[in-house]
Design a protein around this ligand. Structure first.
Ligand code: XLS
Ligand code: NI
Ligand code: NI
Length: 442
């Protein structure tokens, strides 16, 4: 890719130099080619770059315009700019050693004056993306449609009170599924940014939720009709931009999927910052999804403890990620999902090199967490602790409870008879916290 090399001239392909290296432009924990259990680290971690942040984000916020100017963003023809931007992006994907990327339809190609024109734009840019994928081996982790930026979606897409907007959104997602399939996308994501409400004064909540379910059923039907084999994912978020989103968190997402008979077709794409906005930890959301076999993929980022919105920062919190990784590995991994860096640079981080530092930090933190979690699970101390803590359910009347072989009368008889008063046992939280720290700082 001779031409592409021009966009990040100062950056060489990032190499693994080990934890002792002081080179900030090297990996210290992420060693993509290292084989662990018959698979490379790169294949275990399936890192992905989020096109919208890393190649469309300019650092704008509600108080001011963008600050980030990229040298490749020049020219007057929107399609050729979009193609050059893709060249820059694929050069970056290769240099940062990311095997995947993700996009919204409107990230990669400009929206036209009509849906037909938008579709034509998309086709032209997607053809280029296909060539770049082929030339570099970088693959599409997931595609999605932007159903939240255009003013037509101000009151929602599939939950819009106007059926015309529902129809438009359906047509847009139809095309997004076509291009995701054409590019070999392994998943397709629904994030309902405006599928919620600002006030119940103007909202028929039940009808809107039913419409959302209908929309998802139509997507499943269409995907089947074109032979799209990717996994559908729902990405819960409690709020922002709407005051209240219908897929608030994983638990309400599960209830929604089950209520509407969608649970066989969807899994969850869990985003760290969305988890914390919903008042949960990242690990909590992973455990809730995994408990139902619905863990699909991860949007890897972090919020700010002091700010109440989706700040989408790169996550360098090894403790949080180690806990998350323990839960993910215990659940058997992410399958065809991956870790997508749905994270953006801070507004003053304006150098192309900052994009590199940001992803090195995120990848290294995840790779380190992956290794620590593997050690924690291999040594089995936490696993053993949990087994012991619930051991009373492994035999006797405990087992009968789990098997639903006893009723209140039987248990009443037992307690009044030989069982008597239970003997309290310590939960040992502080011991366990120290044990965790011994891995993090050992
Ligand atoms: C926004 C979401 C969005 C989705 C894709 O908060 O995280 O970026 O991941 O539409
Ligand atoms: Ni996201
Ligand atoms: Ni988000």
């Amino acid at each position: 890719m001779k031409k592409a090399r021009a966009h990040f001239p100062k950056i060489k392909a990032i190499a693994y130099e080990g934890p002792k290296s002081t080179n900030p432009l090297a990996f210290h924990h992420y060693n993509p080619d290292e084989v662990i259990d018959g698979k490379t680290q790169s294949a275990h971690l399936r890192f992905s770059i989020a096109y919208w942040h890393s190649f469309r984000g300019v650092g704008s916020d509600p108080f001011g315009p963008g600050t980030i100017v990229r040298p490749w963003e020049k020219g007057t023809d929107a399609i050729s700019i979009a193609k050059t931007r893709l060249d820059a992006a694929f050069e970056f994907f290769q240099k940062i050693r990311a095997p995947f990327y993700c996009f919204h339809d409107r990230d990669i190609a400009p929206e036209g004056k009509s849906l037909a024109e938008s579709n034509r734009n998309l086709d032209r840019v997607v053809a280029h993306a296909k060539d770049l994928q082929k030339a570099t081996g970088v693959k599409l982790l997931w595609g999605t449609a932007n159903l939240f930026s255009n003013p037509r979606y101000m009151c929602g897409a599939s939950t819009n009170p106007d059926a015309h907007v529902f129809a438009y959104a359906a047509a847009q997602v139809k095309k997004a599924l076509d291009v995701t399939k054409a590019l070999g996308g392994e998943n397709y994501v629904f994030w309902g940014g405006r599928e919620g409400y600002e006030t119940l004064l103007n909202t028929n909540l039940k009808r809107e939720q039913d419409h959302l379910a209908t929309f998802l059923h139509l997507a499943v039907d269409y995907a089947k009709s074109i032979g799209f084999k990717g996994q559908f994912l729902i990405e819960p978020k409690p709020k922002e931009p709407t005051k209240h989103q219908y897929d608030f968190d994983v638990a309400s997402g599960i209830a929604f999927l089950r209520t509407h008979g969608l649970e066989k077709h969807f899994k969850f794409n869990i985003e760290t910052n969305h988890a914390t906005l919903a008042g949960h930890t990242f690990q909590h959301e992973i455990e809730v999804a995994a408990a139902q076999g619905l863990l699909g993929s991860i949007d890897a980022n972090a919020g700010d403890e002091l700010l109440g919105w989706d700040t989408d920062q790169f996550n360098t919190n090894v403790k949080e990620l180690t806990l998350a990784m323990v839960s993910i590995l215990r659940a058997g991994g992410l399958g065809q999902g991956g870790f997508n860096f749905d994270a953006k640079l801070r507004r003053p981080s304006i150098d192309p090199e900052d994009l590199v530092h940001a992803h090195i930090g995120g990848m290294d933190a995840y790779a380190l967490a992956f290794k620590l979690a593997r050690r924690i699970l291999a040594e089995g101390k936490f696993t053993k602790f949990l087994q012991d803590r619930y051991a009373s359910y492994d035999a006797g009347f405990g087992r009968d409870i789990e098997k639903r072989r006893v009723g209140f009368r039987d248990l009443n008889k037992l307690v009044l008879g030989k069982l008597g008063e239970p003997k309290p046992r310590s939960g040992k939280q502080e011991y366990l916290e120290n044990l965790l720290n011994s891995y993090l700082h050992g």
